[in-house]
Each structure stands twice: as C-alpha cells, then as structure tokens.
Unconditional design. Structure first.
Length: 385
C-alpha cells in the first residue's frame, strides 16, 4: 500500500468515514544560500522526495481533531479558541496556521485529520515548513477556499514566526509550496521573484542525515539573526542605502568592516559572500558547469563553519567523508546548522559507491548510523487525492 492509500485507510479507521482530501507538501534541501533568506538575500533550494501527508474531512462544528501517525498522539482544539500548548507540541504548527488563515479572512470549517510524514525531523530538511504548508492546503480544501501559493507560503511563515516562535525566513515554506520537479528554485527573498534552474544532467543530490539534532528556537539561530541586524545598523551610518546585508557588497565590507565588532563582522562576511556564491551557482547550473557548482558548495561550507560558526563536528566529518567518496562534486552542511544534514552533488553512476563509503565511514567514526537519502528535485505541494 502506498503512503497516500495508507493515510486514507488510517483516516477511515479512526473517523469511520472516508477522507475528502489528502494534502501533500514536500520537505526541502537547500543547495546553496544558507542564512541569507532573513537577510533579504538569495537562496537556491529544491523540494525533495520526502513529504508530509494530511488526510482530512470537514466537520459540522468548529473543532479540529488531529491524529499523528508518527507520534501516536491525538490533539484537539477549537477554531474559536486557538492557544499554544506545551503537550502535543507538534499540533502548534496546525494551530498557528489555522489562526493565520482566519486572520487572513478565510472562513474555516472544523476538520478531522490524520497526519503522516517521512521528512526527518530536526535534520535541516524543513519538516516544519512541509507540515505548515500541507496544513494550509488541508484547511483550504475542506473550507472550499482558494489561495495563491505564494500567499500560502507567506502565511505558513507567519504561523512559524508568530505562533511557534521560530524566526525563520521565507525560503522553506516557499520551496515547499512552489517547487518544480527536476529543478532547483532560485529565489530573491526580498521581492519573492523566482525562477526554476535545471540541475546538472547525470547527477543526483544526496542528503546525509548525521543523526544529530538541534532545537532551533532555543539555539543560536536567533542570535545570528540579531548579529546580522546589528551589522546593518552600524553600516547604515556609512552606507545609508543599506536595508539588509543583501545590499552590502564584498567591497563595502572590505572598506567598512572595521566598524563592526569582530564577531559581527564574521557573521556579515558569511552572508555577503554567500549571496555572491548563490548568484555564481545559478550561472554555473544554467551553463551546465557541475564542477564549478560543486566548488561553490565547498566554499559555502567553509564559510558556514568558520565565519557563521553554525556547523558541528558531525557535519564537518560528514562533509569531509563525502568529498573523499567516489563521484562527489561538492558537499556542504544544509539547513540552519548545529546538527542535521549535509547535501552533496554526486555523479549518477557513482551514487551507490558514494553512499556505501560515506555511510560506512561515518558510522565507524561516530558510532551513529546515518540516514542517507538519494533524491531528485520533486514537485511542490498540492492536493493529491
């Protein structure tokens, strides 16, 4: 039984009626452009072949009854009284999306829903964004309401910022909602303009989950964001046109970087150089230069490790092992950091050898058995049944 059929079956068993819809939203891997999105910069993610599924049907009242197959838990709340909870915390994502939909003027109906995902949680592959986008589509479908996919992404981001308390940028929800099969998506996070970028022929993307986790809300993520904002405030004194680090060029930073506290300068150096790498990476992909794209991935990891200081010993080891493995064109940590996953671009014919060597060496060095995912670029979210 495939997963869509399985989640439909679980819904029917629990609620004694058929599901009306199954909403799907994918996780993502960011190929390059890390910690640039909340600096109004450039990113290049792709949707992956891992996703969240929500089987759902409308109720006649305003209650929301949720059952998570992954957590084996049921949570219930009323659309008339949406509050953050400390138990069944996974349900806060649904609560936040419901609140934002109602704030946007959508007349929501109560729903019954069964949820199941295979995006690793906490691995930097945006399981939360997939959950939020799938939730939004489930509510819209059961309420017979329409919303533009860009607006869905923005609404899902607001739910995470305002309700969950994680100050993420727009990239994760955007790629989950708008991904295109076979392509990465180049996104200008300032104006949300975007275009698909073809991935190199005869290559695959390989994600290496280090099996180490971080709690983003309590991590240094928000601290890094504040440091970027401090850099902007200081640089505005000499560069009045600067609104975000996206507006600062490498030349600007070389000229005025001494005005910044040393640690803040390092943070700014990463963001400014990473934006330049994203633009170079898009050119490389559009010109079919897979080796150059891989080199830029390598440079991105060095910057994240040394200037932004969001890597970890396990991430560094996984990247090192990937670069030593057959067929690897480039490798880097992906996601917010402090744990989670790496992403590598690998020649298609050498993927099996790459996976075997990296997985074996990582387990031998750490005692942790990594989860390795080979993926193509998947389509974005939708109602699949």
């Amino acid at each position: 039984m495939d997963r869509v059929a399985a989640v439909r079956s679980a819904f029917a068993e629990r609620f004694r009626r058929p599901a009306e819809h199954v909403a799907r939203a994918p996780g993502r891997v960011n190929l390059i452009g890390e910690h640039t999105d909340y600096n109004e910069g450039f990113v290049l993610p792709m949707a992956i072949e891992r996703d969240v599924l929500i089987a759902c049907a409308a109720r006649t009242d305003r209650d929301v009854v949720l059952h998570s197959l992954d957590f084996h838990e049921t949570a219930t709340f009323s659309l008339g009284k949406i509050e953050r909870v400390t138990q069944h915390t996974w349900s806060n994502y649904v609560r936040g999306v419901a609140r934002e939909l109602q704030a946007a003027g959508v007349a929501l109906r109560g729903i019954d829903a069964v949820l199941q995902g295979n995006v690793p949680i906490g691995a930097g592959l945006s399981s939360s964004a997939a959950f939020e986008v799938a939730t939004a589509l489930a509510f819209l479908a059961t309420s017979q309401a329409e919303m533009d996919r860009v607006q869905v992404a923005l609404l899902a981001q607001r739910a995470e910022n305002r309700f969950v308390g994680m100050q993420c940028g727009i990239m994760d929800q955007f790629i989950s909602a708008l991904g295109q099969a076979g392509h990465a998506l180049f996104i200008d996070t300032r104006d949300l303009s975007h275009r698909p970028v073809p991935l190199p022929a005869a290559t695959r993307v390989v994600i290496g989950d280090t099996m180490t986790r971080r709690g983003l809300v309590s991590s240094a993520y928000n601290e890094r964001r504040r440091q970027c904002e401090e850099a902007v405030r200081i640089l505005q004194g000499v560069l009045p046109g600067v609104r975000a680090l996206r507006d600062v060029t490498p030349e600007d930073l070389a000229r005025y970087g001494d005005l910044l506290p040393p640690l803040v300068r390092k943070r700014a150096a990463h963001v400014v150089s990473e934006d330049a790498r994203v633009l170079a990476a898009v050119r490389a992909l559009e010109e079919g230069q897979a080796a150059e794209f891989g080199r830029l991935m390598d440079a991105s990891h060095a910057s994240l490790r040394d200037d932004y200081e969001v890597s970890s010993p396990q991430l560094d080891l996984m990247v090192e092992l990937a670069r030593q493995a057959p067929g690897c064109l480039g490798a880097r940590m992906t996601g917010a950091g402090f744990g989670g996953a790496t992403v590598s671009l690998v020649r298609e014919g050498e993927v099996s050898a790459f996976v075997a060597q990296v997985a074996g060496a990582y387990e031998a060095r750490t005692g942790l058995k990594p989860e390795i995912t080979v993926t193509a670029a998947a389509a974005g979210a939708g109602i699949v049944a």
